[in-house]
Design a protein around this ligand. Structure first.
Ligand code: SF4
Ligand code: SF4
Length: 388
């Protein structure tokens, strides 16, 4: 099955917050002109016919202001009607206003935001006052019926406070998506906040257990995605699929990149929307060739790994960017991916081996790990995911 077509629009690289581990805060950065959005529509009109998800990302996309979205959304929705566009936005919510919330509600735009746990942990990692500003925006968004999920960035600091972070998400009724802090490409001490791959692996196993222990109380999206990957034997999020050729990011000046993570790095510009490049043009650009070289590298390097079919070497940005555009290995989080994929596979096999015929014993609250135990298992989690 083909990876879904995804366009990330980056209206600005500017951001009013100053998170300690962030790689893309450029105060006062220019905002995308509406002409660039018109160029995006012209370019995509001929580019592909399949459904597209358009995510507004940053920087902080709300800095573009209500006038930008009031013009951009109808241009994209009507101009790309054949692609049946669906929209999403990733924002810290600080600049959410009733006016913006009304616009996003009209287009049924789900919101991804970021909070790292209780106020003290969030503010320690993301700067004083971050928590309250985000929660104020959250309340405005909720009052307008918007659906919000939070990315929780785990750093080398916060992974030691995992219990209180999970409890916070349970208490708030928030769905969690976790993000491991990456080594900063712009810091003199790049690993100061990064979550080491081994620690990330431990954290994923811990969060798998939390998902099962708190089966009815919390959804951890990454755990659900990982379980779904193993169960269906296909990747279902970009990290565990061949994202190249199916995901592009458009910077504020119309430059096209392989993903939002590369935006602002000149060496990863594949073209510009005003020139309406074809897929072949993008594939033949230097970054396009690099991304496809990564795919070929994974085909060889990961060929003996039992998880290759649904892991695909992890994220190419993680693999390529820290080594200055050289392919010297797969995603350094390979250690963590192997650990959690092995864990899920082993537990799933054990459950199947111990299960009564036709998985009859795997309903929520029933045994999933052996007779006499009441903790749900992997199959119960898969059942829950399938019903969502
Ligand atoms: S480069 Fe990484 S984050 Fe970007 S789309 Fe690909 S897998 Fe996802
Ligand atoms: S777990 Fe590691 S070796 Fe296996 S496919 Fe993923 S990146 Fe490759």
């Amino acid at each position: 099955m083909k990876t879904p077509f995804h366009i990330m629009l980056i209206p600005t690289l500017g951001c009013p917050s100053n998170c300690k581990y962030c790689w893309s805060s450029e105060e006062g950065s220019p905002v995308m002109n509406i002409q660039v959005v018109k160029d995006v529509v012209s370019w995509l009109s001929d580019f592909r016919d399949d459904p597209v998800t358009i995510t507004f990302h940053g920087g902080e996309p709300l800095l573009a202001g209500p006038d930008f979205y009031r013009q951009a959304l109808p241009l994209l929705a009507q101009g790309l009607a054949k692609n049946k566009p669906s929209f999403a936005i990733q924002t810290n919510l600080w600049r959410m206003t009733p006016e913006l919330a009304d616009i996003f509600a009209e287009y049924h735009i789900p919101i991804g935001s970021s909070i790292d746990g209780p106020e003290d942990i969030t503010d320690y990692q993301r700067g004083d006052g971050y928590f309250q500003k985000t929660m104020a925006g959250y309340r405005v968004a909720r009052e307008h019926g918007l659906n919000i999920r939070f990315i929780c960035t785990f750093t080398g600091y916060s992974e030691k406070q995992r219990e209180s972070i999970v409890q916070f998400f349970i208490d708030q009724g928030f769905t969690m998506k976790l993000h491991p802090a990456l080594p900063s490409l712009r810091s003199e001490s790049p690993n100061e906040w990064a979550l080491a791959p081994e620690k990330f692996g431990d954290l994923l196993v811990y969060l798998l257990d939390q998902s099962l222990d708190h089966y009815h109380e919390i959804d951890i999206m990454n755990i659900n995605d990982l379980v779904r990957c193993v169960f269906t034997r296909r990747g279902n999020v970009c990290t565990f699929a061949d994202c190249m050729g199916n995901t592009y990011a458009i910077g504020p000046d119309g430059s096209i990149y392989p993903c939002y993570r590369f935006v602002g790095m000149d060496e990863y510009v594949m073209g510009n929307v005003r020139d309406r490049p074809t897929q072949k043009d993008l594939d033949e650009s230097k970054p396009g060739r690099l991304m496809n070289d990564f795919k070929a590298y994974v085909d060889t390097h990961c060929s003996s790994c039992s998880h290759n079919k649904y892991c695909r070497g992890g994220c190419p940005y993680n693999a390529i960017a820290p080594s200055g555009g050289e392919i010297t290995g797969v995603d350094p989080h390979c250690i963590a991916y192997k650990r959690i994929f092995d864990e899920i596979t082993d537990r799933m096999n054990t459950e199947m081996f111990e299960a009564p015929p036709m998985f009859g014993g795997f309903g929520p609250g029933q045994t999933g790990t052996g007779m006499g135990k009441t903790k749900p298992g992997i199959m119960a989690l898969m059942q829950k995911i399938a019903l969502q």
